[in-house]
Write a protein that binds this ligand. Structure first.
Ligand SMILES: [Zn+2]
Length: 200
C-alpha cells in the first residue's frame, strides 16, 4: 500500500544535478545517506494520503479538550508563510497524549518550538509534531512505541509560545522524501480528529 503511491508522485527538478536524481524505483527509500534538504522533493499530498490519514482515526492530543472546542488556525499568517498547524489552548501541565499509535522519532529542544516531539504512525507515512511542551513524560525515549491516548508530555510555554498562553502546537506532515523525514508537507489536521481524549 505504501509503495502504491510513491513512484507516480516523484517530482523531478527542472534542471537536476546528475547526482540528485534517484533511480526511478527509489521513491520511498529511507533518507539514510542522502543529506537533508538535498535531492528531489515531493510536496504533493494526494487524496490517497488524506484517506489514509482519516483511517488513522486521530485523537485530539490534549486531554480534556473535545473536538468541538478546537479552533482552526492552520492558515494563520506567520513569518515566512502560514502557521501550518493548529494550536490547542489548555492549562499548563495538561496531559498531551499520542494522537495515533506512535513511534517516537526525534526529541528536540530549540528556541522556536521549545521542547518538542516528532513521531510517526506505525506505517511511517505521517509525522506528528508536538511543540511548546513544558516537559516530556518521564522516560520518553526515541524509538519508544506509544499507544494512542497515552501521555507523552505536558502542555507548556517553551520556545516562542507566549508565557501567558500555554498551548500545544500540533502539526501533521506527510513524511518527507528527499530531505529530513520530519520536514514534509503539512496537512491540516483540524477535520481529521475522530476521538476525544476526555478524562475518564
Ligand atoms: Zn502554533
Amino acid at each position: 500500500m505504501l509503495a502504491a503511491c510513491s513512484s507516480s508522485h516523484t517530482v523531478r527538478p527542472a534542471a537536476p544535478a546528475p547526482e540528485a536524481s534517484p533511480p526511478p524505483s527509489a521513491g520511498r527509500r529511507p533518507i539514510g545517506p542522502t543529506p537533508a534538504h538535498v535531492g528531489p522533493r515531493d510536496d504533493r499530498v494526494s487524496t490517497d494520503d488524506l484517506e489514509a490519514l482519516w483511517q488513522r482515526q486521530l485523537m485530539v492530543p490534549v486531554e480534556g479538550i473535545p473536538r468541538g472546542a478546537l479552533r482552526d488556525n492552520f492558515t494563520a499568517k506567520r513569518a515566512g508563510g502560514i502557521h501550518g498547524a493548529i494550536d490547542i489552548l489548555a492549562p499548563k501541565y495538561t496531559a498531551v497524549v499520542a494522537s495515533d499509535d506512535l513511534v517516537i522519532g526525534r526529541l528536540f529542544s530549540g528556541p522556536v518550538g521549545g521542547i518538542v516531539v516528532y513521531a510517526s504512525d506505525p506505517e511511517q507515512r505521517f509525522v506528528y509534531y508536538y511543540a511548546h511542551l513544558e516537559r516530556y513524560r518521564k522516560g520518553l525515549t526515541v524509538g519508544d512505541r506509544v499507544a494512542k491516548g497515552s501521555v507523552i508530555g505536558y502542555v507548556g510555554t517553551t520556545g516562542n509560545a507566549p508565557p501567558d498562553t500555554p498551548h500545544l502546537h500540533f502539526q501533521v506532515m506527510k513524511r518527507a522524501v528527499g530531505r529530513a523525514w520530519w520536514d514534509g508537507p503539512a496537512i491540516n489536521p483540524f477535520s481529521f480528529f475522530a476521538l476525544d481524549a476526555l478524562r475518564p
